[in-house]
Design a protein around this ligand. Structure first.
Ligand SMILES: [Zn+2]
Ligand SMILES: [Zn+2]
Length: 642
């Protein structure tokens, strides 16, 4: 039997050799590090005999596949610990997730922090016992018998969802010590192979994510290849907590989420309003620079419009219900701006000479989000898309996509993001496939644009929108988190649905292509990301207040007012702190507000037309800076992207 390694070397082994033996034949170090193997793309336990030729790869904990298996195995150990400690509880499902895993349980009382500590200690014992994980395979009837005390497991087996069990009549499970869980595997060889883990927190959840079903308790945990990796991750979590945009939004007085307003809806305070204005101004500036025209559209539209666009067919669960007065057609509040821009295009006959036509709008949209997923302004029910729709000919697609990608990357760089990764999502199964050829053209064109810009990307097969393939651009923030922001979608369907056309150079009607593009995605979400990325200390061009002026005593108030006027006239955003607190307290407050610059004025300054200047992040101020000089250097620092 021949096994081909990733470096193309071929190893010959007897049929039925285990993954572990193959790893050992490559080297003892690899055998020690191995936790599972991949045969022809399928992950398998180390101890499972291999019976076919093909590609072979050893999985270790330094690979994403390895971490996935580690976290999955640790989830079993967590369930085992919970069932040990709370005999009346039962378990539902527990998948690995990014950077960790969770497991859902039905318990009498929600878990307390003390419970979580106990669970963590019990898990440590199970790991210390180094219990081997054993794969067992049984019939459905047997499995229902084995899991008869656990209703969720029985429900899974009865539904035979091929995603959760091996499919068909055979069910696989993994056993370690007295614990058994339904599972496709693979697993670590034993519990002792978990190098580092931590139980993080618990929250409520519903069985099958369905609010009509049982209320469960979800425990989140994480597992890593080493203690050092775990420490680093916990540190990252702590950083993220400090940067939480909801907390900073309150501290910096940017926005709030009043309960009287409703879940997933924010009001923006004056400082947040200024931040918005700055971000929106830049958006408009770039739209103009890249040749977009502005259009405006209302927040509601006739139901029929959403029928034609396909939203009611494919997107209804995210849309708010119909509003209707008797005798009137029903209306829907818009979840997207697309149909409105289509109507602008459709307002008269179009010639190929008018294309490409790029229409942009900062359009407010409303989407119904489950209350469980709402997260400040990062995931809200009402937000503004920096949306655009470009109508073009087939010949123009390639150039247009490049221009859109250029726009998107310029936008992201202007806000200080430098690391990008893209995802190219292709035709989903539920796609409207009357346009196979156009899908192919579209997918190739998107890949071409990414390559032209040298952006690395991964293909996500089947993840495209129902009307066309798309590019999503992800950014990395200051603490290494990835955020999906921009999206460019090539639409092969909407123009047909709305029967759009243009008259081509031979005087015959043609169907245009359409490109949907959001550069920030949701502007509010983008601002939330900026708050977290900069931890509230915005670059000066984005800071709602750029400079606070602090008079040492009230006899300096007048001079402080004079300095403010000078700076304001120069175009800077300035605040004077006239409170009666001590200078030290005022400086401390300006620092917690993360104002980019603090100016302190006292007797000497009044006399010599100078200021004391302290920039954010500096330990102390520079005394006696001539006001003219301070103004010039602050102006220089406040310059934004062109
Ligand atoms: Zn498992
Ligand atoms: Zn659109």
């Amino acid at each position: 039997m021949d096994l081909r390694l990733p470096d193309q070397k071929v190893l010959t082994h007897e049929d039925g050799v285990t993954g572990f033996d193959v790893a050992k034949s490559i080297g003892p170090g690899l055998a020690r590090a191995a936790i599972a193997v991949k045969v022809n793309g399928e992950q398998r336990d180390l101890s499972r005999p291999i019976e076919e030729d093909g590609d072979f790869e050893v999985i270790t904990l330094d690979k994403p596949d390895g971490l996935h298996i580690l976290r999955h195995s640790t989830a079993h150990v967590m369930a085992q610990a919970v069932l040990d400690l709370y005999p009346s509880s039962t378990f539902a499902v527990g998948p690995p997730i990014e950077d960790g895993f969770y497991y859902d349980f039905e318990v009498e009382e929600p878990f307390t922090p003390e419970d979580l500590e106990k669970i963590e200690s019990r898990m440590a014992e199970i790991i210390a016992e180094d219990q081997p994980f054993k794969r067992v395979s049984m019939s459905r009837a047997e499995a229902i018998d084995v899991f008869s005390d656990h209703k969720f497991k029985v429900e899974i087996i009865e539904n035979v969802d091929p995603g959760e069990v091996s499919g068909g009549e055979e069910v696989t499970a993994y056993r370690n010590d007295g614990f058994i869980d339904l599972c496709r595997g693979p697993h670590l060889p034993s519990t002792g192979r978990i190098p580092a883990f931590k139980v993080l927190r618990s929250s409520g959840a519903y069985w099958r994510g369905d609010q009509q079903r049982e209320q469960l308790q979800r425990i989140y945990g994480t597992a890593w290849a080493s203690e050092a990796d775990l420490e680093e991750y916990l540190h990252r979590l702590e950083e993220a907590e400090k940067r939480d945009h909801r907390r900073l939004g309150a501290e910096l007085d940017l926005y709030s989420f009043p309960q009287d307003l409703g879940s997933g809806l924010a009001v923006w305070h004056p400082k947040g309003g200024m931040l918005r204005k700055l971000v929106e101004d830049h958006s408009r500036r770039l739209h103009e620079r890249f040749g977009f025209d502005f259009v405006f559209s209302p927040h509601i539209g006739k139901e029929e419009l959403w029928q034609t666009s396909g939203h009611l067919e494919f997107y209804a669960e995210n849309m708010y219900p119909t509003m209707q007065y008797e005798g009137d057609p029903g209306y829907r509040v818009k979840p997207m701006n697309c149909p409105f821009h289509v109507l602008v295009y459709q307002s008269r006959q179009r010639s190929y000479r008018e294309l490409p036509m790029r229409l942009g709008e900062l359009g407010g949209v409303y989407r119904y989000e489950q209350s469980g997923v709402i997260h400040g302004i990062l995931r809200a029910r009402g937000f503004t898309q920096d949306d655009s729709h470009t109508f073009c000919t087939g010949d123009q697609i390639q150039d247009e996509l490049r221009l859109h990608l250029d726009f998107v990357l310029t936008w992201l760089r202007d806000f200080g993001f430098e690391q990008f990764e893209a995802e190219l999502s292709t035709r989903p199964e539920q796609a409207i496939v009357d346009e196979e050829h156009r899908w192919d053209v579209a997918e190739k064109a998107l890949a071409g644009a990414l390559e032209a810009h040298g952006v690395t990307y991964q293909v996500a097969p089947g993840e495209g929108a129902f009307y066309g393939p798309k590019i999503d651009v992800h950014i990395k923030d200051a603490i290494g988190r990835r955020w999906q922001c921009s999206t460019i979608q090539l639409d092969v369907n909407t123009p047909r649905r709305f029967e759009l056309e243009y008259i081509d150079s031979t005087n015959s009607p043609e169907v245009p292509y359409m490109i949907h593009c959001a550069k920030a995605g949701s502007l509010e979400r983008f601002m939330g990301i900026l708050v977290e990325h900069y931890a509230g200390a915005f670059p000066m061009w984005l800071a709602p207040v750029q400079i606070s002026i602090i008079p040492v005593a009230d006899r300096h108030d007048e001079y402080a007012g004079h300095v403010r006027e000078r700076l304001r006239d120069a175009g800077l955003r300035v605040e004077v702190d006239l409170s009666t607190e001590t200078v030290g307290d005022k400086i401390r407050r300006a620092l917690t507000q993360k104002h980019p610059a603090v100016i302190v004025v006292g007797d000497d300054d009044v006399e010599n037309s100078t200021v004391g200047l302290r920039l954010y992040g500096e330990e102390k101020d520079t005394r006696g800076v001539p006001l003219v000089e301070a103004t010039n250097s602050l102006l220089h620092m406040a310059r934004g992207p062109a």
